[in-house]
Design a protein around this ligand. Structure first.
Ligand SMILES: [Zn+2]
Length: 212
């Protein structure tokens, strides 16, 4: 029998960023990219967590763009959960680069743990393998579960598109190379959950013009 894993998806902030909350039958959870940027969005997230009795075991960032990390400080302070990301994302945490997007309440917090390719983040019945997929942003990671047939890909690969590479530290040839080597080699039926927009599959995105 397949493990009982739940996935709750929130859409937060002006960039319509996707925040992913994974949890098991024991109420252990993993929170990926908390984009909650207002009190109302924070309350939406905490109301869900608390009404389901969830305990957040891991707080992960695919990458350190502001729309994916704006809720880090709130979540860490409220639930005391360690923050994990790739060390190459550290320069992006600086306040100066955030204000032009209007996130004036942003509070930078330091990660507690640095992830690299090959690490695994686990709760019971759910193990996420860490994939290194820079190019959209330095130190960009994806989180992949073969057993659950899901992958959280941040802003690397979208339905019908790939991530932009015109922001600080972006590199289009690196992005395409890492998508090819790390994501397109995964099963065609794998469901990928991007940082914006709808889920899709590896098979559906293989034919994008960037890869042919
Ligand atoms: Zn991004």
């Amino acid at each position: 029998m397949a493990p009982l894993i739940n996935l709750q998806i929130f859409t937060f902030n002006i960039f319509q960023e996707k925040t992913y909350l994974i949890y098991n039958q024991y109420k252990e959870s993993i929170l990926i990219d908390p984009g909650c940027s207002t009190t109302a969005e924070e309350e939406q997230l905490t109301a869900y967590i608390e009404s389901h009795g969830l305990v957040i075991k891991h707080l992960l960032n695919t990458h350190a763009h502001i729309d994916h990390i704006i809720g880090n400080a709130f979540i860490k302070q409220k639930y005391g959960v360690p923050l994990a990301m790739h060390a190459e994302g550290l320069p992006l945490l600086a306040v100066a680069s955030q204000e032009k997007y209007g996130f004036t309440a942003y509070q930078p917090i330091a990660p507690d743990l640095f992830l690299v390719q090959g690490d695994t983040i686990s709760i019971t019945d759910c193990a996420l393998d860490v994939l290194y997929v820079p190019g959209h942003a330095p130190g960009h990671l994806a989180f992949y579960s073969q057993a659950l047939n899901i992958c959280f890909v941040g802003d690397t690969l979208f339905k019908g598109n790939i991530g932009r590479t015109d922001l600080w530290g972006g590199n289009s040839s690196l992005l395409v190379e890492r998508i090819r080597s790390q994501l397109l080699t995964l099963p065609d039926e794998l469901i990928i959950y991007p940082g914006h927009g709808e889920p899709t599959t590896i098979g559906a995105e293989k034919s994008q013009p960037f890869f042919v």
